[in-house]
Ligand binder design. Structure first.
Ligand code: NAD
Length: 431
């Protein structure tokens, strides 16, 4: 057999393991930001791919007795900044490439906010709406058990994401605790308050979206109470953002979930919509608004569009039709690079995801700190610290945008990449 050389190794396409549309987007953004910084090639290589990833296949017994084979993932993007942090999601499209992209964005988000974490993300490819509560519990407990080799309260701390919430975090925490023999509240964040969760975590991402939007509006001289807002997604993030905006007097003219879009140019009654969803599960069937398609809400005339559903919703197809002045990215990766370029050209301001939805991980950090201290803060304290931390991050973005003459996405990523590469340089290379 011919001896293999390093040249043969290089024949393998780098990054092929992570290949996915979302990873292409994350990498495209990273490449553009690192070229603005003239980042040393060593750090480009080290930061463009995840440091560690785990793929697990495991069986779960359904209520019917049938056994379902599921695939789960956990990707840790960088181990330079401390333990890794990021949610885990349940969905039929969850993949290694998607988790790799989301883990990278978590690194930038944590670094921009000055949190002592690298980024991680995970998930299980499944259809949660087709599983019973008992089945979801078995999926969560088995997934937690499969992750034991790579997680820990000072190694990698999961949190909720799409399709997961407090309930799953409680099961996850309990499973980890059973395995190590004592309660370890700080293994996950986003838990119920009675199990070491923090007040304010459930609302944190949506509330953070509103705090950032307020800061941006002050900066550009727009009165948020006069603004019309359209929100795609009515889950953990979208419904809370809608409720907060409604509470401060903004006019929420459109909302959607995966079942329906609802429009009322005079402003929707968000309190009534929240009650409807609590009773019916979805927006579909709500009587007091004009019905449109789920994606159509992005195109209604308004000042602010908030995509808060899922990735890749603003594309080169619909970006030319947006009728707003500003997009606030509550979801992760909602804008493709092609749409980003169109929005830039059209003068539509984009508040990037790594800033706009960073409220979630920031309050997760507060929860972890409180768990470690065995000391709880009150809600006002949490909200005030959150507002301060997000405003400080926005200040860093504005400064970098001025210094580098770039848009806010590139500015936010530059601040983060500079911080992480500086830490990597100072730590050096082992051995
Ligand atoms: P969720 O599962 O609670 O809600 C998602 C919502 O989006 C649901 O209302 C769903 O019906 C809707 N949706 C799904 N597909 C849609 C479509 N095609 N059109 C319109 N609506 C659609 O999830 P979430 O926790 O609110 O997360 C939403 C986004 O925010 C995700 O991108 C997630 O990664 C990001 N995010 C969440 C958090 C958090 O703390 N939950 C933190 C940071 C970022």
């Amino acid at each position: 057999m011919a001896t293999q050389t390093q040249d043969d190794v290089d024949e393998v396409v780098p990054g092929r393991e992570w290949a996915s549309e979302l990873y292409r987007i994350a990498n495209d953004q990273f490449d553009r930001a690192s070229s603005l910084l003239d980042l040393d090639a060593e750090f480009v290589t080290r930061l463009s791919e995840p440091r560690r990833s785990l793929v697990v296949n495991f069986p779960v017994r359904l209520d019917s007795g049938r056994v379902l084979g599921l695939t789960g993932y956990r990707v840790q993007h960088t181990l330079t900044m401390g333990p890794t942090k990021g949610g885990f999601r349940y969905g039929p499209d969850v993949s290694l490439g998607e988790c790799a992209a989301l883990a990278m964005w978590m690194t930038w988000k944590c670094a921009l906010l000055g949190l002592p974490y690298g980024g991680a993300k995970g998930g299980v490819r499944c259809a949660p709406s087709e599983l019973s509560v008992a089945e979801l519990e078995r999926v969560t407990r088995r997934y937690a058990a499969e992750l034991i080799p790579v997680i820990g309260p000072d190694r990698d701390i999961p949190a909720p994401d799409m399709g997961t919430g407090e309930r799953e975090m409680a099961w996850f925490m309990d499973t980890y605790s059973q395995m190590v023999g004592h309660s370890v509240f700080e293994i996950v964040t986003g838990k119920p308050v009675v199990l070491g969760g923090t007040t304010g975590r459930r609302e944190a991402t949506g509330l953070g979206v509103v705090y950032v939007t307020e800061a941006v509006c002050e900066r550009i001289g727009l009165d948020l109470r006069e603004a019309r807002v359209a929100i795609q997604g009515f889950g953990n993030v979208g419904a809370v953002a809608a409720t907060e905006l409604y509470a401060i007097g903004a006019r929420v003219v459109a909302v959607s979930d995966h079942t329906a879009g609802l429009v009322d140019p005079d402003g929707l009654d968000i309190a009534s919509l929240v009650r409807w969803v609590e009773a019916n599960g979805v927006l579909d069937g709500y009587p007091d608004a004009r019905r449109v398609g789920s994606a159509d809400v992005l195109e209604v005339p308004c000042e602010i569009v908030i995509p808060a559903a899922r990735e890749r919703q603003l594309t080169d197809e619909n970006a030319p039709r947006l009728q707003c002045g500003m997009v606030v990215e509550a979801a992760n990766g909602p804008t493709t690079p092609e749409a980003d370029a169109i929005l830039r050209e059209r003068g539509i301001l984009v508040v990037p995801d790594v800033l706009a939805n960073a409220g979630g991980v920031t309050v997760s950090y507060f929860e972890w700190v409180q768990d470690h201290q065995r000391y709880s803060w009150d809600e006002l304290d949490v909200q005030e610290r959150l507002r301060r931390q997000l405003r400080a991050a926005f200040g860093r973005v504005i400064d970098a945008a001025d210094r580098l003459s770039c848009d806010w996405r590139m500015a936010a990523l530059s601040v983060a990449i500079e911080r992480v590469s500086e830490a990597a340089r100072m730590r050096g290379i082992y051995p």
